[in-house]
Design a protein around this ligand. Structure first.
Ligand code: Q46
Ligand code: ZN
Ligand code: ZN
Length: 301
């Protein structure tokens, strides 16, 4: 197996690209995919203050590493979800990464700063934890970026994640989610710009990147992931990809190039006003995060 670029010994084969790469040219390939993503959707401007949503897993740490390599001033934000040992270990990986590279890692802890944990919110709402978890993370990242002068929030969603979400949205013809599913959401009043610079790189590429670049990451699955429907969508897409390499990329990139626009045109626009408690725009009396917080922390007196 030889590297496509230098003909030296390859360390990874990428069937989707019909190519093998050595360590050096695989890293260059990852950098190039991020550069292309950033350029194609004008995700980042030189000089932007970038906030990376850091979970301690392979994707977010690889993303942070790649953005710094490409010259962006990127700080990390870790959100403590209160999922026992899993959360403690994840924070440990994020801290070790930041310390070794002398990068700034901020931490918001749901229990300390907002009075509840993801398991408590899941119990209070009697729903799968991922809903409360995703909502809380989106809220905290957005608020932190706005309150601390960051221009953009970068998340580590990769090609496999995005293709699985797209499959779920299509299976349920969830038109609102289809309209919102995009690697670059512009800033709007009360909302920071949000971008996904890894959407062109697969899960296996990100794991390989971390191993080759000696990035120690949380390898355990989240213990609360069991009810997550996306795992089944990922398995289905993996089966397709095995028989037909490139299927995931064709599905996602084709959607972005040829279909996404059809879902964003027209449609009623809902009037938003600031949540009286936290300022986040909401169509209701209170934003979804503050409602969740009320349910997770019952008022006892
Ligand atoms: S951390 Fe949270 Fe994930 Fe765990 S509870 Fe679900 S969403 S699976 S990225
Ligand atoms: Zn090479
Ligand atoms: Zn609120």
């Amino acid at each position: 197996m030889k590297c496509r670029v230098c003909r030296g010994p390859a360390v990874i084969d990428l069937r989707r690209h019909n190519a093998n790469f050595c360590h050096e040219h695989f890293v260059a390939h990852c950098e190039e995919q991020v550069r292309r993503a950033v350029r194609h959707f004008a995700m980042l401007e030189p000089g932007d203050r970038v906030l990376v949503a850091v979970s301690g897993g392979k994707d977010s740490l690889a993303l942070w590493d790649l953005l710094v390599r490409l010259g962006y001033a990127a700080d990390g934000l870790y959100v403590g979800l209160g999922i026992d040992r899993y959360s403690d270990e994840s924070l440990g990986h994020a801290r070790a990464f930041a310390t070794r590279r002398q990068l700034d890692l901020h931490v918001v802890d749901l229990a300390t700063d907002h009075g509840f944990t993801v398991p408590e919110a899941a119990a209070a709402t009697r729903r799968a934890p991922c809903g409360a978890c995703g909502l809380s993370k989106r809220h905290v990242f957005n608020r932190y970026a706005l309150d601390h002068g960051y221009d953009v929030v970068c998340t580590g969603h990769n090609l496999d994640d995005e293709a699985a979400v797209l499959l779920g949205n299509v299976l349920h013809w969830d038109l609102d989610s289809l309209a919102r599913q995009h690697p670059a959401l512009p800033a709007a009043p009360g909302f920071a710009r949000k971008v996904k610079p890894l959407y062109r790189l697969g899960e296996r590429e990100m794991a390989a990147y971390c191993v080759l670049e000696r990035i120690d990451y949380q390898v355990d699955e989240c213990p609360m992931a069991a009810g997550n429907r996306h795992l089944a969508y990922k398995e289905s897409l993996n089966a397709l990809e095995l028989r037909s390499p490139g299927s995931k990329a064709a599905f996602l990139f084709g959607y972005l190039e040829r279909a996404h626009g059809s879902f964003t045109r027209g449609g009623p626009t809902v009037a938003l006003h600031p949540c009286p408690r936290c300022g986040t725009p909401t169509p209701g009396d209170e934003c979804a995060f503050c409602r969740l917080q009320h349910r997770a922390i019952p008022v006892t007196s």
